[in-house]
Structure formats: C-alpha cells, structure tokens
Design a protein around this ligand. Structure first.
Ligand code: UDP
Ligand code: MG
Length: 337
C-alpha cells in the first residue's frame, strides 16, 4: 500500500491520438478540476508515431497534474493500461479511452458511488451501443456471447475498459505476475465488491479506431486462452467425434471387404484421411496456442517497458524504466521498426 496525497488517478492509454487529444484535454480538465480532489492524469503513450508525444509535452507545460508515461514501443491497449494502472498513485484510479467515447463527467459519479457504498470496483456500463458501427456492434456481441459461455456469466456484456478501481483492487492487480491481461475479464474474476454506472457511449471524437480486425481477433484469442480451457475440451470432443466417424467407416469398410468388393473404396478413404488430418491439425493448433502462452509466461518478459515517466519525481522502483525520466519528447524512431 503506497501513501500518496493523490486521491484520483485517471489512466488514459493512447496510441496515435494526436487528433483526439485537444478535445480530450478540453473536456477532461474542467471535470477533474471541478471535483476539488487531488488528482493526476496518467497518459500512457503506447509508442505513438504521430504527434501525440509532442502534444502531451505541450499540454504538460500548463497542466501540472498531467503525467506522461511513455512506452518504448507499441505494446497494445491492455499492456498500456497495465503500465498506467501500475504507475498510478491515487487512492482510486479510473481508466478511459482517449477518444472521448467514455464520458469523463461520469468519473465523479463513479467516485461518489465507490465511496458511499465502499466499493472496490465501479464498472462503466454502456446503456446502448447505437453510436458504434454495425460491424463493431456485431463483433462485440459475438465476443461477449463467446466470453459469457466460455469464461462465465459474470462477464458483463456492456462493460469495457471504463471503470474505477480502489487502491485495494489496484494492489491486487500489482501483485499478479506481469503477464498479458484482459481486464474486462480479470476484474470481475477478483470478486471485489462492485457497482455500476450506466453511460451512453459516444462516437469517437476524432481519428480512426486503433482496434482493427486483426487486434480484435487477437484480443478474443487472448481472452479465451487466458481464462478458459474450453478449446482443449473442444479438441477432445472433436477427437471423440472423429473416432465415432472412424468406427462407422471401419464397419462400412469391413462389410465391403466381406462382400469382396474392395476397389471402390477410394473416395471414402480420401475423406477419412482428410477428416482425421484436419481434426488432428486443429487439435494441435489449439494445444499449440496454450503451449505458446506457457512459453511466454516462463520467459517472464515484462509486457511493457517504460521509456520515461514525465511527472514522476521518484520512479526508481520501475525496473523497466529508462534511467532519465523527464519532459523530453522522444526522438524519431531508428531506421529499423
Ligand atoms: N490504444 C492503445 N494501444 C493500442 C491500441 C489502442 O493504447 O495498441 C488505445 C487507444 O488510443 C484508445 C484506447 O486504446 O485510447 C481504445 O482504442 P480505440 O478507441 O481505438 O478502440 P475502439 O473504441 O475502437 O474499440
Ligand atoms: Mg474507442
């Protein structure tokens, strides 16, 4: 437990958000100043390659509560969130997206609810997703349908990464080994006393989504593999199904053989070989995914590296931090990506 004078940390992971940043600062700052709380904004620059770092440095000159934690390279939304939550010093920390899809005004409501009912987690729950594109709505619905079946009914279909955590919950997070996390599944799993605040999800204020289909699929695979062994069980069921089909084929083959008519077996043979081959490859793939995660876990490489933490005077405890934190803007990336 850290002793800090900061009451509220606002963690904002951002990747190439130069277009959204001015609107974010304009709307967020009055809300936070208006709370009368001692606060800090932990902006996690997730290896942005546009003008995000310059904008943050500029904003910092007139906004002392803004801290910029810059990651050395793009580590992904969940890893950037981890970095921000690990570095936040507040008694409460809330996380929200940089694109103003999560309304900052709701932070006050979340904090009041957490305090009045002594809650450790307050989830921001979307009242509806009408502002999302039909594609986003469908993929999100499929994702949560799958998660609720594979991980458990406690996964809320309308809660994303807009939530408030108490220091208790933050310490529980910090105590976990540094492995890729999917927070929307992890937080309910802890079982802390929790509540909800509903909100209307607005459209992205500027710029493009940073979650293309490829990243969505990766998040879905991470979510399933890190919380469920159901695919391994599915592999067993597929194996059982293949075994039954093989038995049927065996009976058929023997009866054809007994009738002395063995030549026309080519088609069934090919089908059987292809079927068994496909099932085996699928099962191998599933097992491979799990082995891959175990391999990554035993390597114990941190999920993110902090290049610098502008605004933190004493960040000597950050094993992965660069030596010299400060207000500098990163120099252009080297020749190799
Ligand atoms: N983000 C990030 N690293 C990434 C991808 C996204 O820090 O590799 C941030 C992004 O800047 C935003 C938040 O994660 O603040 C959510 O991303 P986005 O709004 O693009 O996702 P969507 O709302 O479209 O699902
Ligand atoms: Mg968004």
């Amino acid at each position: 437990m850290i002793e800090s004078s900061v009451e509220l940390s606002v963690v904002i992971p951002m990747f190439n958000e130069e277009e959204a940043l001015p609107a974010l600062a304009k709307r967020l700052r009055p809300v936070l100043d208006g709370t009368g709380e001692a606060y800090e904004v932990v902006a996690v620059d997730d290896g942005s390659t546009d003008g995000t770092a310059e904008q943050l440095a500029r904003l910092r000159t007139g906004w002392p509560q803004l801290r910029v934690v810059r990651l050395r390279r793009n580590s992904g939304h969940q890893a950037a969130l981890t970095a921000g939550l690990h570095h936040s010093r507040g008694h409460y920390a809330t996380s929200l997206d940089a694109d103003l899809q999560d309304p900052p005004e709701k932070i006050t409501e979340m904090l009041a609810l957490a305090r009045s009912r002594r809650l450790d987690i307050v989830y921001g729950v979307r009242a509806n997703r009408s502002s999302d594109t039909p594609f986003k709505r469908r993929t999100a619905a499929a994702y949560y349908w799958l998660m609720r079946r594979m991980v458990g009914a406690h996964v809320c279909a309308q809660a994303g990464d807009f939530r408030l955590l108490s220091r208790n919950a933050l310490d529980a997070l910090k105590a976990l080994p540094d492995q890729p996390q999917v927070y929307r599944l992890l937080m309910p799993w802890f079982g802390f006393p929790s509540g909800e605040v509903t909100y209307r999800r607005d459209p992205r204020v500027a710029g493009q989504t940073k979650y293309p289909l490829r990243k969505m699929i990766l998040l879905a695979v991470d979510s399933i593999i890190s919380f469920s062994v159901a695919p391994l069980r599915l592999a067993i069921w597929l194996g059982a199904l293949a075994f039954c089909v093989c038995l049927a084929m065996l009976v058929y083959t023997l009866s054809v053989y007994a009738a002395g008519d063995t030549t026309p077996g080519w088609a069934s043979l090919i089908i059987a070989v292809l079927f068994i081959g496909a099932v085996q490859l699928m099962c191998l793939g599933v097992v491979g995914e799990y082995i891959g995660r175990v391999y990554t876990a035993v390597q114990q490489r941190p999920t993110y590296y902090v290049a610098d933490d502008a605004g933190d005077a004493d960040d000597a405890d950050d094993a992965g931090d660069a030596d010299d934190p400060g207000d500098r803007v990163p120099s252009a990336a080297g020749a190799c990506p």
